[in-house]
Each structure stands twice: as C-alpha cells, then as structure tokens.
Ligand binder design. Sequence first.
Ligand SMILES: Nc1ncnc2c1ncn2[C@@H]1O[C@H](COP(=O)(O)OP(=O)(O)O)[C@@H](O)[C@H]1O
Ligand SMILES: NC(=O)OP(=O)(O)O
Length: 322
Amino acid sequence: MPAGPGGESVRVLVALGGNAMTAADGSARPRDQVEAITGAMEHIAELVAAGHDVVLTHGNGPQVGNLLVKNELAAGVVPPVPLDWCGAQTQGTIGFTMLDALEPALRRRGVERPTAALVTRTLVAEDDPHFREPTKPIGRYLSEDEARPMIEHGQQWEDRGEKGWRRVVASPEPREIIDLPAIRALVEAGHIVVAAGGGGIPVVRDADGSLRGVEAVIDKDLTAALLAAALGCDILIIATDVDHAMVDYGTPDERPLGFTSLAQMQSYAASGQFASGSMGPKVDAAMRFAQTGGRSIITSLAHITDAVEHEFGTVIDTSPED
Ligand SMILES: Nc1ncnc2c1ncn2[C@@H]1O[C@H](COP(=O)(O)OP(=O)(O)O)[C@@H](O)[C@H]1O
Ligand SMILES: NC(=O)OP(=O)(O)O
C-alpha cells in the first residue's frame, strides 16, 4: 500500500533545484544537464511508483544566467532577447528534458502516466522593491578577479562564499500563477505536470488588463509554495543538494534540523540562520506553505520518497502550539 506518513497516498509538489540539473561541479553542457535530469527523474519516478500524486517544478538559476551571457556576447551578431525570454526558454528546454527522462523511468517501474510541461507565467508587481535591489543569484560562479570587469560594466555581482562570486538579478515576489487553471486541469486529468519552472515567467498586468513580460528571475521555491497551496498539495518538497537545512551552517557547531515546528523555524530564520539566495528562500517558502496548513520538507533529491513516507529531512509543520 503506497504510504505518506499516515499510510496514505498524498499529493506532493516537488521543487527541484537548478543545481540538481547541472553536473556536481556546476558544469552545464547539454550532456551534463541531461545526465543530471535523468538521475533526478529516477527519484521522481520512484515517488510516483510508490503511488503518490506528483507535481513538478524546477529552478533555472544556472541555465538562465548562462543564456543571458550568450545573448550579451552575441549581441553584435544576433538581436539579444530580454531576461524574461531567457527564462521562458529555460522552461521549454528543462521541461522537455525532464519529460524525456521521466517517461522511460516510469515505464521501467510499470507505470504509464501522461506527462506535460507547461510554459507558465507568474504575476509580479511592477513596483516590487526587489526590482531595485537584485537578490537572485544566476549563472556561473566566478572568482572576484573574473567578476570585476562585469561589475565595472554595470552588472551586479555578489560574493557567495567559498564557491565564488555570482551575478544577481531582480527577483520580485510571485503574486499569482497566471496559468494555474491549465495546470490544475492537467493534474486533475491525471498528468504528471512540470510547471512554473524558474518560478514562472515574470509578467506584470497593464492598466488595460494585458500581461507583459518583465526582466527578472522569480525564486522558484516561493512560486512552488504558491502552487502547492493552490493545487491542494499535502506536502511541498524542496529538493536540493543537502539532506537537511542546518543551523550554525558552515561552523564547527552546525547541526541538521529534523522535524521543526513552524514557530521554531521562524525563530531560526529571524536570527539569520539561513543564507539569502540559497537556503533562505527555501526556508521562507517552506514556512509559507506550512502556514497554509501543509507540510514542507527540505531535503536532498535522493531522499524524496523517504521524506514523504518516513519524515526524512527538515520537516516543517504546524504543531498544536503554533
Ligand atoms: N543553513 C543552511 N543549511 C543548509 N544549507 C545551506 C544553509 N545556508 C546555505 N546553504 C547552502 O544552500 C545550498 C542550497 O541552495 P541552492 O544552491 O540555492 O540550491 P538549489 O540550486 O538546489 O535550489 C546548499 O548547497 C548549501 O551550500
Ligand atoms: N529560479 C530559481 O529559483 O532557480 P534556482 O532554483 O536554480 O536558483
């Protein structure tokens, strides 16, 4: 019998980190991406084969940053496209690559399910203060010396610790998933859906009601929290490259968080335990979904079935004292 923590089949939204779709050293050649995604889809197929109703979303930080650089470098030869177009292109590329890998992984487990990857728009506010203060790291890590000429050229880069420097771009708050009705219809019709990749293509609504893409990269974990609540998911899994969120991370006293009440997590977050641009938004998204009454789990991709069925990872839930 397929089982969630209480022995039942559950609806799970899995948000896959952009890093899970590149080689361990960050290399993003097409074959690195196909290989990483193929590995990731084995874990997804295992969760589906266990009987759970799975919806997928994914990051695009490494990919959208690389695409932006290609556009900038080729600007004298072919017309460059804006960042929101780059984001849309990553949804297409990552989406179809996920489906190509997921379908055979399901078949090997005797599961036949229709799949779909949906180009998804996410509404943001044009006056969102995050347009003025870029926070979203994208693309490759470079040394400070390599980043310096780009900074002098007007780009914003940030010291991201031991991995190096990374370009940062605007990342407005996701307000509404425009294509939610289509996602819901496909999910209810039994499809395994990949949606809202890279947090969704950021769009603003003009006075006449029409939508227009804007240059930004939305945090996919924050959109995932919105999507999970809108689809009535029981569990949001934020799958990344660490088994647990940790406190005192990177110090000799670091320790993994297991089951943690929402109130306790809020207190850790308020004391600055989770780095911005990496674990910070994951914890933020996890807390937002827990606040809607769901269960959020932050863990590594390899442990997603364990996370659903045996509460592995950092599990955030409302407990009676919350
Ligand atoms: N408190 C923390 N606990 C665990 N990991 C942390 C913490 N703070 C920062 N990190 C870093 O966050 C990374 C995961 O975030 P990120 O690289 O953005 O993942 P993804 O691409 O999977 O979305 C981990 O590899 C780890 O280096
Ligand atoms: N858009 C986004 O959040 O991508 P990453 O998960 O790759 O950072």
